[in-house]
Ligand binder design. Structure first.
Ligand SMILES: [Zn+2]
Length: 342
């Protein structure tokens, strides 16, 4: 009995070490710019999340003019770094003129507290003040924060998936107030969308370069006109070829499906190609020659801008307007760190 206890303590210590000092990390290197008018927390929308690894900052950027409201999530999956860095760019550099934008750079904060064995736990960008580090996590909620996985994860809509998908934020929407940590994060995001009357919601992702999802816009059926016009604008303004897909019923619990079906929000998910999402070792997810992070961050940001410009055209009384972002070419004209605060 005693030996078992000792073994258990040793096991728990080992788990803690694997989780690293960042296991509770909620304070990432994000340096809000003048555009941020208020700092909130996801737990403001579901208080039980307070002081848990699932809590995460919600940055509010309110323009001087009235207008529509918008939500941008990065980090639904903690290893999809371009979405995280696009959302972080908005917090640091976006200047909103009309409407209100809510930005959550680390939507599943727990997923950014652990990392795959063959990946560095962070990326680095060089800025005028020196090197900045940004956590590079994994796809799923940290098992230290939610365990054990069920043998099979069954979404309330009825479909079964692998047990580990219980920790996949983009399989558990619309979440549950008294559910698992991942379901609570999802539920708090839904509460934000409902309470803040979000008009347009974006979920920024990445996929392996070989995945059919790479460079794709996935749109709730009701939002497809905005997504399609946004795609045309992007193809005119950049050398990118993007694909457009309407939410399929392939999985339950997807953001673009559940947000759009269950709330007033237009719901759109974007995917860029991340060379880190493959089994290869020694991948440089920042400076890859074919898929550099600068291209992927610019793709996210400018696609959001293009889709919102289409939405503004159809909703002239509720425009969401900001000072133009750098162009696709400008994002490539200097090292990416130049576009962040120092
Ligand atoms: Zn993803």
């Amino acid at each position: 009995m005693k030996m078992q206890k000792v073994a258990l303590v040793v096991l728990m210590l080992a788990l803690l070490i694997t989780g690293g000092a960042g296991a509770q990390m909620r304070y990432h290197d994000i340096r809000p710019g003048y555009g941020v008018t208020e700092l909130r927390w996801l737990s403001d929308y579901l208080p039980v999340l307070r002081n848990t690894p699932g809590d995460t900052p919600v940055y509010v950027l309110q323009g001087e003019q009235p207008g529509g409201s918008m939500l941008v999530l990065g980090g639904t999956h903690g290893d999809e770094i371009a979405g995280i860095m696009a959302a972080t760019w908005m917090v640091e550099r976006l200047s909103v003129q009309a409407g209100t934008i809510f930005v959550i750079p680390r939507a599943n904060n727990s997923a950014s507290t652990h990392h795959a064995a063959n990946r560095s736990p962070y990326i680095e960008l060089e800025t005028a003040s020196g090197t900045r580090r940004f956590a590079y996590g994994t796809r799923l909620t940290n098992p230290l924060h939610q365990a054990p996985d069920p043998a099979t994860y069954v979404h309330p809509a009825g479909r079964a998936a692998a047990g580990s998908e219980a920790r996949n934020l983009n399989r558990v929407h619309p979440g549950k107030a008294d559910g698992t940590l991942t379901e609570q994060i999802s539920f708090a995001i839904m509460e934000l969308i409902r309470n803040e009357k979000i008009d347009v919601a974006f979920d920024l992702h990445e996929a392996g370069p070989a995945s059919r999802l790479a460079n794709m816009i996935v749109s709730n059926p009701k939002s497809v006109n905005y997504a399609a016009e946004g795609l045309l604008i992007m193809e005119l303004e950049t050398n990118l070829t993007l694909k457009l897909e309407v939410s399929s019923g392939e999985f339950d619990g997807l953001s673009h499906r559940e947000w759009g079906d269950q709330t007033q929000a237009e719901a759109i998910l974007l995917e860029t190609p991340n060379p880190g999402q493959s089994s290869a070792n020694n991948v440089d997810v920042v400076n890859d020659s074919q898929y550099p992070l600068a291209t992927r961050v610019a793709t996210h940001l400018l696609t959001v801008q293009a889709i919102v410009s289409s939405w503004n055209g159809a909703n002239p009384g509720k425009k969401i307007v900001w000072e133009s972002m750098p162009t696709f070419e400008e994002f490539h004209s200097k090292p990416l760190g130049y576009f962040y605060n120092d």
